[in-house]
Design a protein around this ligand. Structure first.
Ligand SMILES: [Zn+2]
Length: 454
């Protein structure tokens, strides 16, 4: 299994330390607003990673964190805590906001049929561990206290700029204006923030003699230390995490424990919508619920995403989602026909699963795997389709108690004939008859496809 490792910038054979326990950490969402399809795309890509590992005989142990404190609006050390912002916006407490958006995120996870992590790790459940990490950083000389928080001294970690190939001199020149006089270096970052008198920050813990809260990057290092232990096998995140968040995670873990954080790093690219970045200010946010309201399944979105590659930027349009829906519907029609013909006697296609896996083992090349499925879709049997469903976590209606009967397919043919003859009343009558059986016909370039109405 070959994966592209961001830290070495190369496609490498993946070799976990212990195949029985492949340690994986995924940077999770900041739970203060409704997640959109761009947010979910990362978890959909990493689900394919997990399923591919499992198909290769590895046993992944994956931790996913939920950021419910400390993530400031700037992604750095300034601005408002996103949870506090959400609480103000909705007139709720920060805790209510966190609970609500954690539930919403988890329900999206379910809808998408993504594998549950071994542990959902909520940042505020690891405050003690985070405090211990800060203490260690201070003891080891990697962190120092200022009037507004504890900062990591990046000059003490000589490899600080390596991971993201940062040009720290350039950063210095550019940031002179915003440079806090108490920070030793421009790239130093807060591992703990103090709450000033009169400052409204509901989430607060007494530490170092003052109320405060952990810096955003800190939770990932402390959760990994508590739940998995360093170094882990794979760390995943978005490409936007490379220059700051992951660079800082690496620095903290080294400063506190003297160890490497992860052997392999995978980063996924962005989703744009109609060629624009997804953002509130542009008003182009699309959620899973929006997709469903338009009559699509969240699995259509998943299939659309897997038509591309995690390291490439993807542009979402409803036209492309429609073609993904038709592709899935075609596959479902093959499944339904297989079931309707009771085609269990059809032999399995030799090397079918291994060919799919070969593609996925090449840095999760799902697009190639899909092209292969299309090539052999007419001949593979129901068990082969079960492999497709399991490898991609796709709902292909394999276990649906309902399946169209031979009579239903005869009706579809009769309808096509009526349409050819322009006998519209008859075509409409058949459509209604199918609808009474919860079925509808979608006419595509490759012929009519049956689908369930519900
Ligand atoms: Zn993280």
């Amino acid at each position: 299994m070959r994966l592209y490792n961001t830290s070495t910038k190369s496609l490498e054979e993946f070799k976990p330390k212990n195949p029985e326990e492949v340690k994986i950490y995924t940077c999770g969402p900041t739970v203060y607003s409704a997640p959109h399809i761009g947010n979910f795309s990362a978890y959909i890509y990493w689900d394919l990673l997990l399923r591919t590992l499992i198909a290769n005989g590895f046993a992944p142990k994956r931790v996913l964190n939920l950021t419910d404190v400390g993530h400031l609006t700037s992604d750095g050390d300034t601005g408002e805590d996103k949870l506090e912002k959400g609480a103000k916006r909705e007139g709720k407490t920060v805790w209510e906001i966190a609970d609500y958006y954690i539930d919403l995120f988890k329900s999206g996870f379910k809808k998408l049929n993504l594998l549950e992590p071994y542990k959902w790790a909520r940042a505020t459940d690891y405050i003690e561990q985070s405090e211990d990490l800060v203490k260690k950083l201070i003891e080891n000389g990697f962190a120092y206290e200022t009037s507004d928080g504890v900062y990591f001294d990046t000059s003490k970690f000589s490899a600080y700029s390596d991971f993201a190939h940062l040009d720290l001199n350039h950063q210095k020149a550019g940031a002179r204006v915003a440079f806090s006089s108490e920070k030793r270096n421009v790239s130093d970052f807060a591992v703990w923030k103090f709450i000033k008198e009169g400052e409204n920050h509901a989430m607060r813990w007494d530490f170092l003699g003052r109320p405060g809260y952990p810096g955003w990057h800190l939770e990932c290092s402390s959760i990994i230390h508590a739940e998995l232990g360093e170094p882990i096998d794979i760390h995943t995140g978005g490409i936007d995490h490379i220059p700051v968040h992951h660079t800082n995670e690496i620095a903290q873990t080294f400063g506190a424990f003297g160890s490497e954080l992860s052997k392999t790093w995978l980063h996924c690219n962005f989703i744009t919508i109609d060629s624009e970045k997804i953002s509130k200010s542009l008003g182009n946010i699309i959620t899973l619920e929006d997709i469903e309201k338009k009559g699509y399944s969240t699995h259509d979105f998943k299939l659309w995403l897997y038509q591309g590659h995690y390291r490439k930027e993807r542009n979402f349009t409803y036209e492309d989602l429609e073609s993904a829906r038709i592709r899935r519907l075609k596959w479902i029609n093959f499944v339904l026909k297989n079931r309707q013909n009771n085609a269990i006697d059809t032999p399995r296609t030799p090397n079918f699963k291994s060919t799919l896996l070969e593609n996925l083992n090449n840095d999760l090349n799902s697009a190639e795997a899909f092209a292969y499925i299309d090539q052999v879709a007419e001949t593979i049997n129901i068990e082969d389709w079960r492999d497709v469903s399991e490898l991609f976590g796709l709902d292909l209606r394999l276990d649906d108690s309902m399946a169209p009967s031979k009579e239903d397919y005869a009706l579809v043919e009769a309808r096509s004939k009526a349409r050819e003859e322009k006998n519209w009343p008859e075509a409409d009558r058949i459509r209604d008859e199918l609808a009474s059986k919860n079925l509808t016909v979608l006419d595509t370039a490759d012929g009519p496809l049956l689908q369930f109405l519900r």
